[in-house]
Design a protein around this ligand. Structure first.
Ligand SMILES: Nc1ncnc2c1ncn2[C@@H]1O[C@H](COP(=O)(O)OP(=O)(O)OP(=O)(O)O)[C@@H](O)[C@H]1O
Ligand SMILES: [Mg+2]
Length: 329
């Protein structure tokens, strides 16, 4: 809808883990390199955790594009499974023609396949995304799979990817044996303020707007303080903000517009949030028309296209309010 307005060829802030838009922040790059290293060196068992929306799935999708044809991957994304269902999923993902049967029968067919692949120099990788949902019994099954090895080498590389609860689960003393199997662990942290800025520019550039300064520095500050550098939240806010900018005919996304996007999405402020909501409202929505900077009342109105907008109560008109808005600190 708004792409043309900003000179974009596509929407820059979709919330799908599209590897085309992969932003190689130091953290994402390190996660990716750790995975590549673990796979090529046949390290066996790797765990990647990260906050909700931090980019774990995006990293694994980017990883898939980097693996050569001598690597066969089973990508498991449905993790509400029984141990037997997990084995079936792996067999199917690896396109193994197997004979149905009990879990042991399935496992021995998987084992035979893995031995054949090793003989052919094919590296087999099982990636389990959303691993925080795995039931303890299934985690135990994963541990058993990680035991599949010859005297010299691991037969299969297993990568568990999950939200922070995965780490909590693994800290359970009952899973100590499991934990000891982990060859490499990486926690994907959110982006810094500087990285948030670069991330936004990166996506805008890839979507066709070149080096255009679409987001002001103040807008990035606000974006960062509310998203805490979590890419999915950044995407949601930026997409809303671009739509608002289009509606207001503003090619620059300012902190006012980001603030509205925040309110619209009702993203709760965190304790770390740098500024209180009250201060923000005063800072942003005191319109110079009403001249009541310090006591300007805020109300929500419907904009010309039916959208919800914050507006100075005196002005009664959002367009007017925005035109005359001045920042008070
Ligand atoms: N390094 C990155 N480069 C580009 N986009 C990213 C990056 N990291 C995250 N994103 C974007 O952020 C959004 C969320 O990413 P993703 O789905 O990978 O997060 P996740 O950590 O797997 O989340 P969840 O915990 O819900 O599974 C996606 O739109 C994705 O495109
Ligand atoms: Mg994910």
């Amino acid at each position: 809808m708004y792409e043309k307005f900003y000179g974009l060829t596509e929407k820059p802030f979709n919330t799908t883990p599209d590897s085309k838009f992969f932003f190689p922040s130091a953290k994402h790059t390190e996660a990716l390199s750790s995975l590549l290293y673990a796979i090529t060196e046949r390290r066996g068992f790797v765990v990647i955790t990260g906050e909700i929306g931090a980019g774990k799935t995006t990293v694994t999708r980017t990883l898939l594009n980097k693996l050569d044809i001598a690597t066969k991957v089973a990508l498991i994304t449905n993790t509400h499974l029984t141990p037997k269902e997990l084995i079936v999923q792996i067999l199917e993902e690896l396109e193994i023609e197997y004979k149905p049967g009990g879990k042991q029968k399935l496992l021995s067919q998987l084992n035979a396949y893995l031995v054949r692949q090793l003989a052919n120099d094919v590296n087999v990788v099982i990636i389990i995304d959303e691993a925080q949902n795995l039931a303890p019994k299934v985690l135990e099954e994963v541990r058993m799979l990680s035991n599949l090895e010859t005297e010299k080498e691991k037969l299969v590389q297993i990568i568990l990817v999950g939200q922070p609860q995965l780490k909590e689960k693994l800290n359970n003393p009952k899973l100590e044996q499991f934990k000891q199997r982990i060859a490499l662990y990486y926690h994907l942290a959110p982006l810094s303020r500087q990285e948030t800025d670069e991330y936004v520019r990166h996506r805008i550039k890839l979507a066709g707007a070149g080096q255009n300064e679409v987001f002001t520095s103040d807008a990035i500050d606000m974006l960062y303080s509310h998203s805490r550098g979590v890419p999915r939240i950044i995407n949601l806010l930026c997409d809303s903000a671009l739509l608002s900018g289009y509606i207001y005919d503003s090619k620059q996304i300012t902190e006012k517009i980001i603030y509205e996007a925040i309110k619209e999405r009702e993203i709760t402020h965190t304790a770390e949030s740098a500024v209180s909501e009250e201060k923000l409202l005063q800072a942003i929505y005191c319109c110079s028309d009403c001249k009541e900077y310090a006591s300007c009342e805020i109300k929500w109105i419907r904009g010309t296209k039916g959208e919800k907008q914050a507006c100075c109560a005196k002005c009664q008109s959002h367009a007017q309010c925005l035109k005359g808005a001045s920042k008070i600190n």
